[in-house]
Every structure is written in structure tokens, then in C-alpha cells.
Design a protein around this ligand. Structure first.
Ligand code: COA
Length: 254
């Protein structure tokens, strides 16, 4: 099993806790970290003693999304995009409940992945942002399908194209999360306990029924998004956005 120091794995009864743990880089996700998350979910899928997965980050950052250095490397090695895609395929088809806890920033895939979780609890001042277009990229993670479905075109446009950031209170108002509170981990653990004491097959079947109507469509959308995302990674716009981030200056798009 691939447990790295950057993704901690701990079983507490029937609950598997996966904790993203790279605070010095705001929990930015490297390819190793994607692999560790995939391995954790695969283990949880196969192990009957695990009934719920609880996914969390650090006290001040859920994740700042894909590691920008990896994005730059992927521009010359497009196959590197395969692991983030595999992670999204794994979490979006995972059969048991996944509960996410968000404190601090959830950027890019940090927010996209929440659309595949069954419950999301966050801090009032958590920050959610999908800055794909600002970075010269396009939506990923099924957001181009799921976000307009959940919010309607205009609100989704604000978040997905303009890349506007919202806090936990607003995210709860919009229904992007279940609730915003001072103790989202406590809220998540309570929900996890409730779910892990319920009949596991009934829970799994119910989740499957809720998602089955558009599962095939979602999987096609994930692939389509990645194909366009890969092209954008080597665009001049993306290059300028990534370089500007690393040089700590505003990007200039001529
Ligand atoms: N990839 C690589 N490194 C990242 C990163 C990322 N996605 N996000 C943050 N870091 C690094 C910074 O480069 C910095 O490293 P340094 O200390 O070696 O200079 C460190 O993490 C701290 O980040 P910083 O920007 O100083 O923290 P902040 O609290 O001011 O801002 C964020 C936090 C998350 C708002 C900001 O870091 C950010 O916008 N990150 C990029 C998010 C992004 O665009 N992700 C891709 C989405 S598709």
C-alpha cells in the first residue's frame, strides 16, 4: 500500500481516515499523493471492515489543488495527467460513503473532488475556488457537468469560469456543502458513526441508485475534460499563469 508522509491513513473502527498532510505547500497534490489517495480508496473498497471514508486536510488548508510544478512538468509529459484522472475515476465510482472535511483553502481539484463526496462539512471561513480559466485551463473533475446541474448556469459560471472564491457560509447557502460550523471534523465523525452503524449493503445500494442515472455520462465527461485540459496545459496562457504564480507576481495575458 502506498502511504506517504503526505497522505496519512488511519483506521478507526469502521472508518478509514485519509488526511492530506503537506502543509508547507498548502497541501498541493503531487503525483505520489494522488497515488496514495487512490490506494487508500482501493483498500477501503476491498476491505469489508471499512464502511465509510473520511477525507480531510490540514487545519488551515484542505488542498491548494494540483501541484503547480507538476502542472508545468505535465505540459511536456502529457501522460502525467493520468493519475489525477485515475483518482477522479476512483472517487466518482467509489461504492461506500465518502465524507469530506474542509478547513482553509480548497482550490481546483480541492473543490472538484467534493462534488464526488456524499457529505461535506466545512469551517465557516473555509475558502472554495475553481480558478481553472484564470490559469489558462478548462474545468476538470466533472465540474463542467455537475456544477451547472447543482447551481444553474449563471452561478456555476461565476465559480467555474470567473473563478470567484466563496467562503464556507456561502458554500452552505448554495448547497455545495452540508454545513459550515466551528467543528466540521466533529460533524463528520458523527455522520460517519451513524453511517457505519447502518446496514452496509442498503447504504451502498442507495448510493449507487442515486448516481447510476448519469454515471456513464459523468465518466465520459471526465475523459473529455481531461483531453481538453491536457491541451491547455501546454498553452502560452497556462505557461504564463504558472510562471507568474511561482514568481509571485500577477500574470499578464496579452
Ligand atoms: N502548487 C505548488 N505549490 C503551491 C501550491 C500549488 N498548488 N499552492 C501553494 N503552494 C506553495 C507556494 O508556492 C508556497 O511555497 P513557498 O513557501 O516555497 O514559496 C507555499 O505553498 C505557501 O503558499 P502561499 O501562496 O504563500 O500561501 P497563501 O496562504 O498566501 O495562499 C493559496 C494559499 C492556496 C490561496 C495559494 O497558495 C494559491 O493560490 N495556490 C495555488 C492554487 C492553484 O492555483 N492551484 C491549482 C488549481 S487548478
Amino acid at each position: 500500500m502506498n502511504q506517504t508522509k503526505h497522505v496519512l491513513q488511519q483506521q478507526d473502527g469502521a472508518i478509514l481516515l485519509l488526511t492530506i498532510n503537506r502543509p508547507e505547500k498548502k497541501n498541493a497534490l503531487t503525483l505520489d499523493m494522488y497515488q496514495a489517495l487512490i490506494d487508500g480508496l482501493t483498500l477501503a473498497e476491498q476491505d469489508d471492515t471499512i464502511r465509510v471514508v473520511l477525507l480531510s486536510g490540514h487545519a488551515d488548508c484542505f488542498t491548494s489543488g494540483n501541484d503547480i510544478q507538476d502542472f508545468m512538468a505535465a505540459a511536456s509529459q502529457p501522460d502525467k495527467a493520468a493519475l489525477p484522472l485515475k483518482f477522479l475515476q476512483t472517487i466518482s465510482t467509489f461504492s461506500k460513503p465518502v465524507i469530506a472535511v474542509v478547513a482553509g483553502d480548497a482550490v481546483g481539484i480541492g473543490t472538484s473532488m467534493l462534488l464526488h463526496c456524499d457529505l461535506v462539512f466545512c469551517k465557516h471561513d473555509a475558502r472554495f475556488q475553481l480558478p481553472f480559466a484564470r490559469l489558462g485551463l478548462v474545468p476538470e473533475g466533472g465540474t463542467s457537468l455537475l456544477l451547472p446541474q447543482q447551481l444553474g448556469h449563471r452561478l456555476a459560471f461565476e465559480l467555474l469560469v470567473m473563478g470567484n472564491r466563496i467562503d464556507g457560509v456561502r458554500a452552505a447557502e448554495l448547497g455545495l456543502v452540508n454545513s459550515a460550523s466551528d467543528d466540521p471534523l466533529g460533524d463528520a465523525k458523527k455522520a460517519a458513526q451513524q453511517l457505519s452503524s447502518m446496514p452496509p449493503q442498503a447504504v451502498k445500494l442507495s448510493k449507487k441508485m442515486m448516481k447510476s442515472h448519469q454515471q456513464a455520462l459523468l465518466q465520459t465527461v471526465l475523459l473529455d475534460e481531461v483531453a481538453q485540459f491536457k491541451e491547455r496545459l501546454s498553452s502560452a496562457e497556462a505557461k504564463e499563469a504558472f510562471t507568474a504564480f511561482l514568481e509571485k507576481r500577477p500574470p499578464v495575458f496579452n
